[in-house]
Design a protein. Structure first.
Length: 290
């Protein structure tokens, strides 16, 4: 009791500071742009304090630019030179944040790489393997049978490194988004300076009118001449965006060329069969009519 009497002023001051700090934290969280993702510290704090994230201004995304892709249409085929350039763009830019866990290094032989070249690309990556004879995991160089490794150890690590929003895996991104190829291309080429009077909902987002609210956490991933194409193609933003979109379309549907070829053969066969059946019918029923 003597301790409390002697230090009552200090205890009151400490409690006052704690209350003010808690109030300030509540206000800071309330004004946060993005809603708290489940499982994050911010989500837990929202639950403890009994508050909800402030709603950002709603701005519907602009419709994607329509591009004439070489794979469009029933007879469309991949431009494999562009697909290979897209792989280069992915490796030198996108792979820092986005995984490609549905594609194995052996699949690179399907876009024109020799087995030796695919092995060299695989060996540039470090893959976690194991357990060994002692039950420990270990790291080794990649092999053809391995899949492209994720840049982050797990989902929480990805969220922690990217302001609470884990970058999506890109293997199927052109199928997971409406008008996928045009959406990806528009996002990649849609960065720019915000117009006068535009108010950001957060200080960590970037202007891009092809994304909902016209704000996106991802910084512009492409810049003029950021890669040096081995075939000498000029590496401007539009070209790199088109190449990586071609590549990501291939990762999402690697059998498109074969499917289109088979579709053409089946259609041609059915047309010829229909003509033969038509004339056969005329010959057969002509006898009946007589």
């Amino acid at each position: 009791m003597d301790f409390l009497k002697k230090n009552v002023d200090k205890i009151v001051a400490l409690l006052t500071v704690m209350v003010l700090a808690l109030f300030a934290l509540r206000i800071a969280l309330f004004l946060t742009f993005s809603p708290a993702g489940e499982g994050t510290f911010r989500y837990w704090m929202y639950d403890v304090l009994g508050i909800e994230a402030a709603a950002g201004e709603e701005r519907p995304a602009l419709p994607p630019n329509q591009v004439a892709w070489p794979f469009d249409g029933p007879l469309g085929q991949y431009d494999m030179a562009s697909v290979r350039r897209g792989l280069q763009v992915y490796r030198e830019s996108c792979s820092a944040c986005h995984g490609l866990n549905q594609i194995a290094f052996r699949n690179l032989t399907e876009i024109g790489y020799s087995e030796g070249a695919a092995k060299e690309i695989a060996a540039e990556y470090t893959v976690t393997d194991g357990p060994d004879a002692y039950g420990d995991m270990f790291e080794r160089a990649g092999r053809l049978t391995d899949y492209f490794p994720s840049p982050f150890a797990n989902q929480n690590a990805a969220m922690a490194a990217n302001s609470g929003a884990a970058p999506p895996d890109l293997s199927l991104i052109t199928k997971a988004r409406g008008d996928g190829p045009n959406y990806v291309y528009s996002i990649l080429t849609g960065y720019g300076d915000a117009p006068d009077g535009f108010e950001f909902n957060s200080d960590v987002t970037n202007y891009n009118p092809y994304f909902p609210t016209w704000e996106i956490l991802m910084m512009a991933p492409l810049f003029e001449d950021m890669v040096e194409y081995q075939d000498g193609t000029e590496a401007n933003v539009e070209q790199m965006a088109a190449d990586v979109t071609n590549f990501l379309m291939w990762t999402a549907e690697p059998n498109l060329d074969d499917r289109h070829k088979m579709g053409f053969k089946v259609t041609a066969y059915m047309v010829v069969l229909t003509i033969l059946l038509f004339f056969s019918m005329r010959v057969i029923w002509r006898r009946v009519k007589k």
